[in-house]
Ligand binder design. Structure first.
Ligand code: ADP
Ligand code: ZN
Length: 436
């Protein structure tokens, strides 16, 4: 099922024409309503009339997270306050939060985009769908909520916390779908095991997982433990919130709602736009947003746009999974390391639970990486008294990490449940070098 075939299955020419028209309008709108953008265009001798087609976008300057922070709280808002009906803030994973105001039309567009995602996941009117992203300033909770109402499923606004109660509701209400972070899905699975709820007592069949990077291995783990099919959903507050892009049943990349969010991939160092297929930093321009539009906003998320067509019939361009954020990328002894690489190694070994932490330090001027990882209960019980088995396991993990990361890491095996759980976005890295 496709929620809006008129917008999700356009021909490339139609889509480009629509994007060009909308880009011109949005540039004109911010030029007249946001001094920050007017000055930036004037510095380049540009007026809105210079932006006529979508290809003209390369003439426009980039906007960064710093620009948003420098204009805290409302400096980049384009609509008058009387038109703003909701205010959210980014989670502030990497610094001060950014404030984002939405007009009534923005909330409508967001709900529509969210409905497109849920429909692609196979959610419909007969589903009972629980939203376990945090409700509040974070866009996850209310964003997903509006979409579930729009498709007409019954929404259960569970939010995070109260996980045991939530687990029982999943069983008792026959909840069929859930939206949460992949880490929370695992936490929920653990909680269910602890209180004795088994997979055959629940009816979950669809998971809408996002807000943090996750790997295919993580997907398999969650699907196996909760007995559902997990779909990726991506978004960020500065652009809208969840529903910027979503997987379809083909699960080969995530379709971008590109009639509203125009994507580009750039080289994060030279800032040159890159051709389709090459990996780099994802940049978005909001084509229809009224509250706080962004022009060529640098997300710092790393991925690529996929060439070719999708078997599902949607023509909207797809993006690959986010490898990490440019500011998540660790440089350890000159080598780039992403937490997701460690995750794929850890989960390729059946002895380990999907719980890990990277601790980076600098000792005698040399960067060090320690990977802490939790043993699954059955292996913990089996190897607990046998140091030789522990040593062998540590060595195997070290070797695998070296072959994937190209650096030596220390490994520390932890008992089950020793690594702290997160209900929202997980903390995967402690970089002590920054603390010095
Ligand atoms: P913050 O930047 O403070 O975390 P948000 O709450 O708006 O603010 O989170 C948006 C960010 O979350 C994205 O820029 C991206 O890094 C991450 N994210 C969201 N969805 C996904 C996803 N499906 N896969 C990977 N990362 C994601
Ligand atoms: Zn598709």
């Amino acid at each position: 099922m496709i929620w809006n075939p008129n917008k999700e299955c356009m021909s490339r020419d139609e889509m480009s024409a629509l994007q060009g028209k909308r880009l011109h309008k949005i540039v004109e709108y911010v030029y007249h309503n946001v001094p920050f953008y007017r000055h930036k265009l004037q510095e380049r001798d540009l007026t809105p009339d210079d932006i006529r087609t979508i290809e003209d976008i390369v003439k426009l300057p980039y906007t960064t997270k710093k620009d948003l922070r420098d204009n805290y709280p409302f400096g980049l808002q384009a609509a008058p306050q009387s038109e703003i009906i909701r205010i959210h803030a980014s989670s502030g994973t990497t610094g001060n939060p950014t404030i984002v105001g939405y007009t009534r039309k923005d909330i409508g567009v967001w709900s529509e985009c969210m409905a497109r995602c849920l429909t692609a996941f196979g959610v419909g009117r007969d589903d009972i769908f629980s939203v376990a992203y945090g409700y509040g300033l974070f866009t996850g909770g209310l964003g997903a909520h509006n979409g579930v109402e729009m498709v007409g499923a019954s929404v259960v606004p569970a939010s995070t916390g109260n996980t045991e109660k939530h687990a029982r509701l999943i069983r008792d209400l026959g909840i069929t779908g859930i939206a949460c972070t992949p880490s929370y899905a695992l936490y929920l699975a653990e909680t269910m095991e602890q209180i004795g709820i088994t997979k055959d007592q629940i009816k979950l069949r669809v998971g809408a997982f996002g807000a943090e990077p996750w790997t295919e291995k993580m997907r398999e783990e969650i699907e196996e433990r909760l007995g559902l099919k997990g779909f990726n959903i991506y978004g960020l507050s500065e652009v809208m919130g969840p529903s910027v892009s979503y997987e379809c049943q083909a699960q080969h990349g995530s379709h971008i709602n590109e009639d509203h969010f125009y994507p580009e991939i750039i080289n994060p160092v030279t800032l040159e736009p890159l051709p389709k297929g090459q990996s780099g930093e994802l940049v978005f321009t909001t084509l229809t947003k009224e509250g706080m539009p962004v022009i060529r906003y640098r997300t710092r998320d790393l991925c690529s746009l996929m060439p070719g067509e999708c078997s599902c019939g949607r023509t909207n361009v797809r993006m690959t999974p986010i490898a990490g954020r440019s500011d998540d990328m660790l440089i350890i002894r000159g080598i780039n390391v992403f937490p997701s690489q460690v995750e794929s190694v850890v989960l390729s070994m059946k002895e380990f639970a999907p719980r890990y932490l990277l601790v980076v330090d600098r000792i005698n001027n040399l960067d060090t990486l320690e990977v802490q990882v939790e043993l699954r209960q059955e292996y913990f019980t089996a190897t607990f008294d046998t140091p030789a088995a522990i040593d062998e396991l540590k060595k195997r993990l070290r070797d695998k990490l070296r072959s994937v990361l190209s650096i030596n890491a220390q490994v520390q095996l932890k008992a089950p449940n020793a690594i702290e759980r997160s209900q929202g976005k997980s903390v995967r890295v402690i970089d002590k070098r920054k603390l010095q």
